[in-house]
Design a protein around this ligand. Structure first.
Ligand SMILES: Cc1cc2nc3c(=O)[nH]c(=O)nc-3n(C[C@H](O)[C@H](O)[C@H](O)COP(=O)(O)OP(=O)(O)OC[C@H]3O[C@@H](n4cnc5c(N)ncnc54)[C@H](O)[C@@H]3O)c2cc1C
Length: 468
């Protein structure tokens, strides 16, 4: 590629934000290139995030079921044992397949893939360097989308060593099941990975500074999740801060301060999952004039995803909002719409979030606590999975669906659930919020029987009860 080649759009980063933006732009007949510094396309999500974690979560559930539940169904499997190397190899194969698919998708849409690390070299150009090569290539483009994602942050005073004290990336690669895994941070990444290793036989202790886990959840749902995980054997140290982590004899001695009381716990491995920060290092934002929020480090954008430099846009984990793959993709598509002069937008009230523990947790819209804070008149309807025939057939009756509707208009404000297949049922809840449905609309919608989604219909019936 000659350095004077010009594009309509260059996207830096090929995560779910970047590659979805690229494909959409190509479909709108823009001339597009994507730059990626990692050996494989697909970003954090495909390589070290959503996909490998879910591949392991699915495998760990099969293992758990084979060990503990198959006999109830009359299935005799003999002695069940774990072959962790095969489980990991399968996960790697899933990741390799999907990253290959992203490359094919980009190629099919005539999108140029530029390998190397990009930096901004002006409002309309980037410079790309390749490790080990001296030459740098410059590319020009009318618009640029920054989609470089995020990286894990270390907890204060605890440095990652990649072996004993690790981030989520290494916790997806353990070669053996840790005897005792400590997890600093009770957010969704820590809980999901904790759930993997718990079901594979580790003792798991979650240490959380706040009085509850997964703080963004509706309170009732969060309490239920903690109760179920506790019953499965996960241990929780809430209101507890890790003040020191020392390595000795292949173990990690962690000092915890719980409301002034100090205590030590010894772990074999320590996963630190206290959050992620936008990955802007090396982009030369300041030189290019791209403004960043000084507190969060996130790039500032307007409603069109335009940064302080009009030709440069930013999306995904780099900007404000939840760090989620589908949020990044939706923003990538919306940013491209704006670049093409169309009305691109994302309805942030209707962005779902899921925690892939077992049972799963899923939610969209306002929590009950948020409805109270905003002084919105509301009513709730709750229905347990224990009352759902299909859940009984599966033997997974833990949890419930909770629907929050406006107290006067009956409009659905939020849907929250903990239970089997919650990650799939939530799609209907997202549609309800997106299309301003009323609880009554959901209650009157005919649901196939027996299905897990009947729990949502029943919760809607409970919510409208006061009205009819
Ligand atoms: C363990 C884990 C599990 C997760 N599970 C889920 C889940 O189940 N569901 C969900 O919605 N989200 C999940 N997430 C979050 C999700 O992965 C991120 O929100 C999502 O990947 C963000 O997408 P993005 O496009 O903004 O950036 P990323 O996916 O981070 O992609 C950025 C890309 O940019 C490249 N890049 C960076 N700098 C440069 C540069 N200078 N030049 C060229 N290339 C560059 C990177 O190599 C990377 O490929 C998970 C995250 C983790 C860590």
């Amino acid at each position: 590629m000659a350095s004077d080649d010009k594009y309509d759009l260059i996207i830096i980063g090929t995560g779910p934000g970047g590659y979805m933006a690229a494909v959409h732009a190509a479909q709108l007949d823009l001339r597009v290139a994507c730059v990626e510094k990692a050996p494989r396309l697909g970003g954090v999500c495909l390589n070290v995030g959503c996909i490998p974690s879910k591949a392991l979560l699915d495998s760990r559930e099969y293992y758990h079921l084979a060990k503990n539940s198959f006999a109830d169904h009359g299935i005799k499997t003999g002695k069940v044992s774990l072959d962790l190397a095969t489980m990991m190899a399968r996960k790697d194969e899933v990741v390799a397949d999907l990253t290959k698919n992203v490359r094919q998708l980009l190629e099919r849409n005539n999108i140029d893939i530029i390998e190397g690390k990009a930096r901004l070299a002006g409002a309309d150009r980037i410079e790309v360097s390749v490790d080990g090569k001296k030459t740098k290539q410059t590319y020009q483009s009318k618009s640029i989308i920054l989609a470089t994602g995020s990286e894990p942050v270390a907890a204060s005073g605890i440095a990652f060593d990649g072996k004993a004290i690790v981030s989520s990336t290494e916790a997806l690669e353990f070669k053996s099941v840790p005897k005792h895994l400590g997890i600093v941070g009770g957010g969704y990444i820590g809980l999901e990975l904790g759930s993997v290793w718990l079901r594979l036989g580790a003792e798991v202790t979650v240490i959380e500074m706040l009085p509850k886990i997964a703080t963004g959840l509706d309170g009732q749902v969060g309490r239920k999740l903690q109760q179920v995980l506790k019953r499965q054997g996960m241990k929780f140290r809430l209101n507890s801060k890790v003040t020191e982590a020392k390595k000795a004899n292949k173990k990690i001695k962690v000092t915890i301060d719980s409301k002034g009381e100090t205590e030590s716990i010894t772990f074999d491995r320590l996963l630190v999952s206290v959050g992620r920060r936008p990955l802007t290092q090396g982009l030369d934002l300041e030189e290019a004039g791209v403004e960043v929020d000084p507190d969060s480090g996130r790039i500032l954008v307007d409603a069109s995803y335009r940064t302080s430099v009009p030709s440069i846009f930013a999306i995904g984990d780099l900007i404000a909002g939840p760090m989620l793959a589908h949020k990044a993709s939706a923003e990538g598509i919306a940013a491209v719409e704006c670049i093409a002069g169309r009305p691109g937008e994302v309805n942030y009230d209707a962005v779902p979030s899921v925690i892939y523990t077992w049972p799963e947790v899923a939610s969209v819209g306002l929590t009950e606590e948020q409805a109270q804070e905003r002084d919105v008149p509301y009513k709730t309807g709750t229905y347990p999975f224990a009352g759902v025939g299909r859940a009984r057939c599966l033997g997974e009756t833990d949890g419930f669906v909770k629907l929050i509707a406006h107290g006067k208009s009956d409009r659905v404000l939020g849907i929250h659930m903990v239970g089997p297949r919650a990650s799939e049922i939530i799609a209907e809840g997202v549609l309800a919020v997106q299309f301003d449905a009323k609880a009554d609309d959901l209650a009157r919608t005919v649901h196939a029987h027996p299905t897990f989604s009947e729990a949502l219909m029943e919760a809607a019936m409970m919510a409208r009860k006061g009205n009819v």
